[in-house]
Design a protein around this ligand. Structure first.
Ligand code: PLP
Ligand code: ZN
Length: 401
């Protein structure tokens, strides 16, 4: 049995089939490409997986890297699936779980897409990658590129979390700040890539393998529940690569027969300050309109125009899911609630999922008996400024009241 069961790439829009063993971007029709596997050839069982090291490469048959020696790893994956009993009771959803991506290299789930994307790019002979980012993906791709010996070119909004800038710089990325949004950074990167032979554009869904890395969140949730699926998965959606990946993972697991039953209802969470997917979902549309003047403290989900919008919406409709927008005020309050009740300092994007659970329970969309998994996509440590810590400063000669 080969290390990877990858067979080809296909276009989810026009159906065209593409060779997976040469460097590919998007389809000629403009759509992202998705990796397909010979799942019927996979002889591995969940029991075999259980004996493998605790990182995302334990699912290597379902990942695109053809040879184990091409794996570039910092130990990513198998993050905890934590019960949140006190928060769950407070929200009226006692079976509340959190997939906690704060315990992963670089502190966000972006490490998954970077590990798989960089490994496969290097395996196909790519020597340099280029990408626009809201910060976290740039940091992750920079460190994995460094580990693989690849060059990286990154552009991010000047307002992106400062620590991600430091991480790119430390890893030796060629980094530019843009006085604008991620779309502006994307235009600059596309123009630079056109001038620089050998650079691969690794923007969201412009190469096929980042989504394969993010898919492993779905594989892990199923494995950690004993190869069973939860009722609902709640995901903070920007470009939507994570939710597209989770949906893809769960369908592959069904096809393999490793899980059975209904797919979880998938919930895309956005901010009221940038909610193009929520608006499209509410209109019953299959594509979104660009969101004017996007703004939220949950910086990772400030994506006004997602190229994979139709894939996100398909995942919501096909699973009987929904889309919810929450305010910054609500998500900041819930960031505090999670820390106080459960001892976990989560990122604002993860906190948005908690606010969405609160809303969906109040509206009755969630029942008290539902088993709900929220994704905390990163550590709160990346965004120290979102939590005001007003504390007294004492002189050395002072005393504590
Ligand atoms: C912490 C965090 N959460 C969520 C997202 C959204 O990711 P996706 O592209 O999977 O929607 C991002 C993207 O930058 C992020 O940094
Ligand atoms: Zn196509």
């Amino acid at each position: 049995m080969s290390y990877s069961a990858l067979s080809h790439l296909d276009c989810p829009r026009c159906g065209a089939r593409h060779d997976a063993d040469v460097v590919q971007g998007t389809c000629s029709c403009g759509s992202p490409l998705l990796a397909r596997y010979d799942l019927g050839e996979v002889r591995t069982s969940p029991r075999d997986i259980a004996g493998r090291p605790p990182d995302l490469w334990r699912y290597h048959e379902l990942l695109p890297v053809r040879a184990a020696r091409h794996v570039v790893s910092l130990g990513e994956g198998m993050t905890p699936l934590l019960a949140l009993p006190r928060l769950g009771r407070a929200l009226g959803v006692p079976n509340l779980l959190m997939k906690d991506e704060s315990l992963i290299p670089t502190g966000t789930f972006k490490a998954r897409g970077a590990a798989v994307g960089i490994s496969r790019a290097a395996e196909l002979g790519v020597r340099a990658i280029a990408m626009p980012t809201n910060g976290n993906a740039g940091a992750a791709w920079s460190v994995y590129a460094a580990r693989a010996g690849l060059r990286s070119l990154v552009a991010m909004p000047a307002a992106a979390p400062a620590v991600t800038r430091a991480e790119c710089a430390a890893a030796g990325a060629e980094l530019y700040l843009v006085d604008g949004l991620i779309g502006d950074a994307g235009r600059l990167i596309a123009a630079a890539v056109a001038q620089r032979p050998g650079y691969q554009d690794a923007s969201t869904l412009r190469e096929p393998y980042r989504v394969e890395g993010k898919k492993t969140m779905g594989l892990e949730i199923a494995e950690q529940l004993g190869w069973r699926l939860p009722g609902v998965i709640v995901y903070p959606t920007g470009g939507g690569v994570g939710i597209i990946g989770i949906y893809k993972a769960l369908r592959e697991l069904l096809e393999l027969g490793w899980v059975a039953g209904d797919l979880p209802r998938l919930v895309a969470v956005q901010s009221t300050g940038c909610a193009p997917i929520v608006r499209a979902f509410q209109a019953g549309a299959t594509a979104s309109e660009p969101w004017p003047d996007p703004k939220t403290v949950a910086f990772g989900i400030t994506v006004p125009n997602a190229p994979g919008d139709f894939l996100i919406l398909e995942a919501l409709y096909a699973t009987g899911g929904t889309a919810v927008a929450v305010t910054d005020e609500a998500l900041l309050a819930d960031q505090g609630a999670v820390a106080r009740l459960e001892g976990s300092f989560i990122c604002p994007e993860g906190a948005a999922c908690v606010s969405a659970v609160r809303e969906l329970r109040e509206s009755g969309w969630l029942a008290g008996s539902d088993e709900v998994v929220v994704l905390n996509t990163g550590t709160g440590l990346i965004y120290p400024d979102t939590v005001p810590a007003r504390v007294p400063v004492l002189p050395p000669s002072g005393s504590i009241p």
